[in-house]
Ligand binder design. Structure first.
Ligand code: BGP
Length: 478
């Protein structure tokens, strides 16, 4: 067999998010976000860690971008803090906040690094939470659209790749079902679906506005896709996989790609009285936006196993391992539909996430068959404990191995017909993990900081040099 190839213009990249990296949470006129408030509640995050300083990217972005350039990164995916730009969520733009993003984008472009901008990576201005409950109100759609519109206009000649929403499935599930993220609501199923509907409409409005401003620009949403496997060929387990996919995967991807909800899942939720209200105008809007998206953004970390869950079975949303003590995750499930046991064929990380490189190929093939859309892998990476040696090295061969295996599968997916434009690792520098603090590290660049602080100095890990080689050889070095 010939050696596997990536397309010549393939975008090798890395990703971050504003709250997890920037810090400077009250500087230069920035408004507060829901996360700035949420982390103040005791016990919500690992050792009460916050992004108030994060890894100080706000002040060190030049150093960070220079490291990206040294590595040869082709694209850098980052998010914009809505509250840094619009402290009140709407109204007057904060010029100093805007200047930060102008400078960051200029810095990327100066080195030939393609900026890929996420409009919303979970930090909504607190002012909008207080004004009308944030995503719970349809009012947010217009404010999000105005925010997006401003950015499209302002950066239309500089930024070609845009992501409307990061992991809608995760932030709404954690926000309104498991209470792990703001606004910290538990099992509010009806509200959860209504909130999602508002997010879909906001995304759709933005996509349509974008295409009027940048007809040749590229836009899509980033979905946290966890492909599922049936436990075995017992039809009950096969059916639980099908239902799981409709409720946990296609519920989002079908709307982005087709503008409609999966039928049987909608019917099921309608019977329960929790389905979102969808007007004819909403449907038209969603279908129109779906016809205009350019790619499916995929954040891929792990796969799921589905097994039939009897009516008196597992009802838990699952305790999450946020400490890195292996084996503390709990099985989750929905009685009468599915539960998600562990996969005996796969190893797990210290945070109990399954490691499944082939699952990445599975994800790409599923999207290619079902939606026939190009794909951007907007996140993939390994959260691990890293050790800084006395002479400032980090020998993260486990991360190299993880990434190499995933990239190999991605190359097979390309070979097998998927149109993949970019691969962004999570993350470039170490940064704050929302619930797991600073000790769960993902970067190619080590940042000297822990929950209690640190020098914030940067050190290149072994994986930094390895990925540099991968990029230079367009994947052939693996
Ligand atoms: C994704 C988020 C990222 C990032 C990543 C790693 O869900 O989009 O922001 O945090 O997961 O997750 P964690 O930090 O929980 O390990």
């Amino acid at each position: 067999m010939d050696k596997l190839q990536m397309p010549a213009n393939f975008l090798w990249g890395s990703a971050s998010a504003a709250y997890q990296i920037e810090g400077a949470y009250q500087e230069d006129g920035k408004g507060l976000s829901n996360w700035d408030e949420f982390v103040k509640l005791p016990g919500k995050t690992y050792q009460n860690s916050t992004g108030e300083v994060a890894v100080d990217h706000y002040h060190r972005f030049k150093e960070d971008v220079a490291l990206m350039a040294e590595m040869g990164l082709k694209t850098y995916r980052f998010s914009i803090s809505w509250a840094r730009l619009f402290p009140q969520g709407r109204g007057e733009v904060n010029q100093a906040g805007l200047a930060f993003y102008e400078n960051l984008i200029a810095e990327c472009l100066a080195y030939g690094i393609e900026p890929m901008v996420t409009l919303y990576h979970w930090d909504i201005p607190q002012a909008l939470e207080e004004a009308y409950g944030g995503w719970e109100s349809p009012q947010v759609i217009q404010d999000y659209l105005d925010y997006a519109h401003f950015l499209f206009q302002h950066f239309k000649d500089k930024v070609n790749y845009w992501i409307t929403i990061n992991e809608q499935n995760i932030f709404t599930t954690f926000g309104w079902m498991t209470a792990l993220h703001p606004p910290g609501k538990l099992q509010q199923e009806k509200l959860f679906y209504q909130v999602n509907h508002h997010v879909f409409l906001a995304h759709a409005q933005a996509v349509i506005a974008f295409k009027e401003i940048m007809p040749n620009g590229k836009i899509g949403a980033s979905f946290a896709y966890s492909p599922s496997y049936a436990l075995d060929c017992d039809p009950k387990n096969a059916m639980s996989k099908l239902d799981f996919d409709d409720l946990k995967n296609f519920w989002w991807m079908d709307v982005y790609a087709y503008g409609r909800y999966p039928k049987s899942a909608y019917q099921h939720l309608a019977k329960k009285g929790v389905a979102p209200v969808v007007s004819e105008a909403d449907s038209e809007l969603l279908v129109k936006a779906a016809s205009k998206i350019d790619f499916m953004g995929v954040n891929y970390y792990q796969t799921t196993v589905c097994e039939y869950n009897p009516l008196d079975g597992v009802a838990s949303t699952g305790e999450m391992n946020t400490t890195g003590k292996k084996g503390t995750n709990q099985i989750s499930g929905v009685p009468g539909i599915y539960k998600n046991p562990t996969n005996p064929y796969l190893k797990t990380t210290d945070w109990d996430w399954t490691i499944d490189p082939m699952g990445l190929r599975y994800a790409c093939k599923e999207i290619t068959s079902r939606y026939n859309l190009p794909i951007i892998i907007s996140e993939n990476g390994l959260g691990a404990f890293d050790e800084l040696t006395a002479d400032h090295h980090i020998h993260d061969d486990y991360r190299i191995d993880y990434l190499a295996q995933h990239i190999k599968e991605l190359m097979i997916a390309v070979e097998e017909g998927s149109d993949i434009w970019a691969y962004c690792t999570w993350s470039f520098t170490d940064l704050l993990s929302w619930l797991n603090g600073y000790q769960k590290r993902y970067g190619f660049v080590y940042v000297d900081r822990s929950e209690s602080g640190g020098s914030l100095d940067r050190y290149k890990k072994d994986s930094f040099y390895w990925y540099k080689e991968v990029i230079a050889s367009n994947g052939q070095s693996i």
